[in-house]
Design a protein around this ligand. Structure first.
Ligand code: F3S
Length: 421
């Protein structure tokens, strides 16, 4: 890759070890992807959940990472600052209600150490997977370096911002350097449709949109799908569509003509090329995915989980409406997950009180997978879990071997009140 004088100085270690390692790894990334140069970015979205996780981005060469390395990194990070607006993905605990979600004192301390170090470095410690709706909203044409399997897809598809499917590591390096290798989705010629998804059934709720996302990722694999016969989604429908595509797939972008800024028309989305494949999403295809998810659906449910991706304020308002004056069954838990900034507003507006009066919990900063896979928190009974998110459902089944039930939000709330299916 061609480096500027300043980039070469960083690579030579003139700005310290952290930036040298960040530059060294970004050069390797860019070289592997065929980039010839770096371009400046305006925003990044990365992960910063605990210092031992951040330390994996700066490992010692030729030996295993040790506790001393993690301590050294925490000190070294005091001298570096992010170069661009940077938000962080959900982490290992709820900062306010860590005891209720089963975190130990050690997990809490580890999480808070990351909050402190990250804050000093200039990261906005938002711990949310929907930063594009709250704190980090790039505009059309902005170059970014975003990780998170659905967030990068949302900003490419619905905001017209430009990012590759960056990893937590590369997005962290980019945040510290303010640059990214110029390849892939940063280039005009790669921002066009490759496959056609013909939608021939009605989508009745956000869970149906998520099921369409699963179908799309599964069929297309790697590519940019363009949808036909699909109406303009609401924000929540768009969020749920992108959320599930990359459970089975690796899509950097999708286009809904008329709703995606770079697809004014169906033909325009393909920029003159022909789709390599056409896939039909009909009632049978939708039903087959629901059936696969809802194995042995009947019986008691231990936990109902809503909030993957994190619920928007509007969705929380709706959940409060569904729960007002009702009570969650005695042996069932109902957990609603969101960003802490959204929870703060929900508390001010009284939605949180209604939700908690019903016996449900409004959590923030994480999700089942991040709370209980990445940290040894004591988890609730999850033998049978109901969810409105196919993405979290697949992960819950894989990680906790739960028997899962997937339905729309309204049905999940009913299950919580009844205590089962
Ligand atoms: Fe967000 Fe966790 Fe789902 S990070 S998208 S709630 S898997």
């Amino acid at each position: 890759m061609r480096l500027t004088e300043e980039q070469q100085k960083i690579l030579d270690g003139k700005e310290g070890r952290i930036l040298r390692e960040a530059m060294r790894n970004l050069v390797k990334y860019g070289t592997a992807m065929g980039a010839e140069e770096f371009i400046p970015i305006t925003s990044a979205h990365t992960a910063f959940s605990a210092m031992d996780v951040v330390a994996l981005c700066f490992p010692p060469r030729g030996r295993e990472l040790t506790k001393a390395d993690v301590d050294r990194l925490s000190k070294e990070m005091e001298d570096v600052r992010v170069k661009v607006k940077t938000t962080v993905n959900p982490g290992i605990m709820d900062r306010k209600k860590w005891r209720q979600m089963g975190a130990t004192e050690a997990i809490y301390k580890s999480g808070m150490q990351a909050v402190e170090v990250g804050r000093k470095c200039g990261f906005m410690m938002t711990y949310s997977c929907i930063p594009y709706l709250t704190d980090n909203i790039p505009l059309m044409g902005e170059h970014c370096a975003w990780a998170e399997s659905s967030a990068h897809l949302y900003i490419n598809s619905f905001l017209g911002a430009r990012t590759n499917r960056d990893s937590y590591e590369t997005s962290l390096y980019s945040a510290l350097l303010g640059i990214t290798p110029n390849f892939g989705l940063h280039l005009d010629e790669n921002r066009k449709g490759t496959d056609l998804i013909d939608v021939q059934c009605e989508l009745k709720n956000t869970t149906d949109w998520a099921i369409l996302g699963y179908f799309t990722g599964d069929k297309v694999g790697i590519g940019i799908p363009v949808f036909k016969n699909l109406r303009r989604p609401t924000t929540e429908e768009a969020v749920n569509l992108v959320a599930t595509c990359n459970s089975p797939g690796a899509l950097p972008m999708l286009m809904i003509p008329g709703a995606s800024p770079e697809a004014a028309t169906f033909e325009g989305a393909f920029k003159g090329s022909k789709p390599r494949n056409t896939y039909v999403f009909d009632e049978a295809a939708k039903g087959a995915i629901y059936q696969n998810l809802n194995y042995q659906a009947e019986g008691k449910v231990d936990l109902v989980f809503l909030g993957c991706p994190h619920k928007t304020l509007y969705e929380i308002k709706e959940i409060a409406r569904m729960l007002e004056g009702k009570h969650v069954a005695k042996d069932t838990r109902l957990w609603v997950m969101t960003a802490s900034s959204i929870r703060d507003t929900a508390e001010e507006l009284g939605y949180a009180q209604i939700i908690e009066d019903s016996g449900a919990e409004l959590f923030a900063d994480g999700c089942l997978l991040l709370y209980y896979v990445n940290a040894p928190a004591k988890r609730p009974n999850m033998d049978r879990v109901a969810l409105d998110s196919p993405k979290q459902a697949f992960g819950t089944r894989r990680s906790f071997h739960s028997n899962i039930v997937v339905g729309d939000t309204e049905r999940c709330v009913e299950i919580a009140i009844k205590g089962g299916v």
